[in-house]
Design a protein around this ligand. Structure first.
Ligand code: MG
Length: 256
């Protein structure tokens, strides 16, 4: 009888020891490495963080080339601002990117003319996958008071999804896009491993919240991932309409 009692007591002690060891502690989920790099934030959202790559600093288009022939970009640079030259076609970055955070400012001129998709149309191709408009377009347009299809208005992922809200400012006022882009990943056989995702703040307002893209922008028909790709340039659109051209400034990117 004594023996059984001893075994029972020992068993209980061992069980208590095990339970004490396994009881979760706050420290279990507190990590000290790796230490995040120190980055000095800008004074406003428009100021460049210390670890950003500046794509346009107001002086020249040295970071950009023509999309079609990779010759030096020929849009107009004046008074610290880039203005689209529609006769020169799309421009894209020399450098290629995978995942990134990007800031860009754009201006629809106060004297903007025409309507619908012809009113200040440009576009930020989050990844340029080829000539012309090949890639994934975040639409730029005057959507302050300009009716068009919602998944084609400013802040839409063109022909895929409308923005969550319309955060446009009036023509004549500078506007900002802050974008977090997660590039698609492809398997070795070219099939899709994980789709592209995007989060966008328009003038500081969330308009795309981790939206998963069905593929690159497709003007006609449903988008799908037709071709595997790695790191790509970032592209700006010269849309083929006849409206007054729009402008850009203060463009920077942080690789993630
Ligand atoms: Mg466009």
């Amino acid at each position: 009888m004594k023996r059984y009692l001893l075994i029972a007591v020992l068993g209980a002690t061992q069980l208590a020891n095990v339970m004490a060891q396994e009881k979760p502690k706050p420290q279990d989920t507190e990590f000290y490495t790796p230490v995040p790099a120190v980055v000095t934030p800008g004074k406003t959202i428009a100021n460049v963080p210390s670890d950003a790559i500046v794509l346009f600093d107001g002086k020249n288009l040295d970071q950009w080339v023509s999309t079609n022939d990779k010759s030096p970009a020929k849009w107009i640079v004046k008074d610290g601002v880039i203005t689209v030259d529609k006769s020169k076609g799309n421009i894209e970055t020399k450098k290629t990117f995978n995942n990134y955070q990007l800031h860009i400012e754009w201006l629809i001129p106060a004297n903007i003319n025409l309507e619908g998709q012809s009113r200040g149309n440009s576009g930020l191709f989050l990844a340029s996958t080829g000539p012309g408009d090949d890639g994934y377009e975040l639409q730029i347009l005057d959507s302050y008071n300009n009716k068009t299809y919602t998944n084609g208005q400013a802040g839409s992922i063109y022909k895929q999804t409308a923005p969550l809200v319309n955060a446009n400012k009036k023509p004549g006022e500078w506007q900002t896009y802050d974008v977090i882009w997660t590039a698609p990943v492809f398997n070795e056989d070219g099939s899709l491993k994980s789709a592209a995702r995007v989060t966008v703040l328009f003038n500081g307002v969330l308009i795309q919240n981790n939206f998963e893209l069905a593929g690159p922008t497709q003007y006609i028909g449903k988008p799908f991932y037709k071709k595997a790709h790695g790191a790509t340039p970032i592209k700006l659109q010269s849309h083929g309409d006849k409206s007054v051209p729009i402008s850009f400034k203060n463009i920077w990117v942080r690789e993630l």
